[in-house]
Each structure stands twice: as C-alpha cells, then as structure tokens.
Design a protein around this ligand. Structure first.
Ligand code: GCO
Length: 264
C-alpha cells in the first residue's frame, strides 16, 4: 500500500476560508498530496487571486471562488460552477470561521448569532449541498474544523465555544446519517496556533500568551503546517473506516489538567 494510501491525485478539494491561516496550511497539504484545490474566500477577489498564485507557485493546481458560506444561494451557485468547470467535489473542508471575544453578559445578540451563523450553520449549508453528489457517487470526505472550544470553555469566547461544540456534534450526526453512503465525515480540532486570529492574544508578555505556552505540554504555539498531516489523513483512503471522529492537533492541551506556572 505504501504512500498511495495518502495519495490525493485526481481529487477535487474545496476548503472554505483558504486564502490564509489554517485553511491555507491545510489546503497546501492536500494540494501537495495531489488534490486540485478550490480556494474560497469572501473578503476580496484580489485576496483570492493572490492566494491562488501562492498555491500555483507551490506547484499546486488551484482555482478561486468568491462566495459567502452563510448565503445558501451563493453556495448553491458556487458548487454548481465548480462542478461544471472542474468536476465533482471529493473533499470538503469546512474551515471558514470567525470569533468574537466578548464576555457573554456584554455580548450583543446579533454578534452571538453571527458567530453561530458562520461557524456552525455554514458547515451545514455547504455540506448539505455537496453531499448530494457524494451520495450519488457513493464516496466523499468531509472535514469540519472544530476547536479546543469544542471541548473546553474559555472566558469571552462563549459564542465561539457554542458553535464549535455544536460543530463537533454536527460532525457526529453527519457520520451517523451519511456513513452508509461510503462518506467519511470527521473533524480536526486545532489547539492554539500562530495565525491572524490569535495574533491579538499571542503578543510576547501578554498574559494569555504565557498561559497558553504553559498550558500546552509541547510548550509552544502550533505551526499551521502541523495541521496538514491530519488533513491529508482524513481526506485520503487511509481513513476510509474512520467516521465521526475529531482529531485534536493541540500539542497535548486536552491530555492534561496543566501545571503551576513555576513548574517545568
Ligand atoms: C481563543 C483562540 C481559540 C483558538 C482555537 C483553539 O480566543 O481562545 O482564538 O479560539 O483560535 O479555536 O482551538
């Protein structure tokens, strides 16, 4: 079997929110394993075009599609255009997400709903419209990007934790309903990674930065490239009997109660 177990040659992979950050890191991994990458973003066409160039410079076949994952009509049209131009989507990574850090008692309802909309409802919308062709073809891979907050709470990220906790259970229910069609639906739970999303809390000397380094048995923030392996595994034939499982790539955070700050 060897490396063919992880080979993605000929596969079409859509990664939502893949113009930067963890989405791009995972998509680069899938692309280097052979997949054609469908790059998605919703900010600007220039950002998408710049990202496509980065993939192409890495020797990866990539095409950009600008659509808002929370708008069902945009999702339907984009999926149709992707399928017409490039073929059926074999691998879907629901990565697009936002976070708003506000104490719950101060959070506006519209802000809470926006986080739920992007982080929980949109994976449902995109999966619902892609799974139909996976069911017809009796094959497919869906990877939902969860979080430490799928398992743990933290001050000021209540809406995000509710969404990511829900995404873990949505992953398990997708597996329950769709596994019989030879579709594997799993999740990846990143720990604390060095990205634009965590930049505000990763400043040297910031109490949270010191907390995370101490709370993570590996003693450091993750490098986004460390996520590629889990993505390739869950997108490839190596995981054909893995379903409803969240792989935590977290440097050991969930394995431990932590240690006093003065202990090595
Ligand atoms: C935060 C961080 C986390 C990480 C990640 C952890 O404010 O606590 O942004 O939410 O981004 O989700 O898995």
């Amino acid at each position: 079997m060897g490396i063919s177990l992880f080979n993605l040659d000929g596969k079409i992979a859509l990664i939502t929110g893949s113009t930067h950050g963890l989405g791009m890191a995972m998509a680069m991994g899938l692309g280097k394993a052979g997949a054609t990458i469908i790059v998605n973003g919703n900010s600007s066409q220039k950002k998408i075009d710049d990202a496509v160039l980065k993939y192409q410079k890495a020797g990866i076949k990539a095409f950009g599609f600008k659509f808002n994952v929370t708008k069902e009509s945009e999702v339907i049209n984009a999926i149709q255009e992707i399928q017409n131009n490039h073929g059926a989507i074999d691998i879907l990574v629901n990565n697009a997400g936002i976070i708003k850090r506000t104490p719950l008692e101060e959070m506006e309802v519209h802000d809470f709903k926006e986080v739920i909309d992007v982080d929980l409802v949109s994976p449902f919308i995109v999966s619902k419209h892609i799974v139909k062709s996976m069911i017809n073809r009796k094959q497919g891979k869906i990877i939902n990007i969860c979080s430490m907050m799928s398992e743990l709470g933290r001050n000021t990220v209540g809406a995000y934790a509710a969404a990511k906790g829900g995404l873990k259970m949505l992953t398990q229910n997708m597996a329950t309903e769709w596994a019989k069609h030879n579709i594997q639906i799993n999740g990846i739970g990143p720990g604390y990674f060095a990205t634009s999303q965590t930049a505000p809390i990763r400043v040297e000397g910031h109490p949270f930065n010191d907390f995370i380094v101490n709370r993570t048995p590996s003693g450091k923030w993750g490098d986004p490239n460390d996520l590629a392996g889990a993505a390739i595994f869950l997108a490839s034939g190596a995981s054909n009997f893995v379903n409803g499982h969240i792989i935590y790539v977290d440097g050991g955070i969930l394995a431990t109660i932590g240690k006093p700050s003065n202990e090595n």
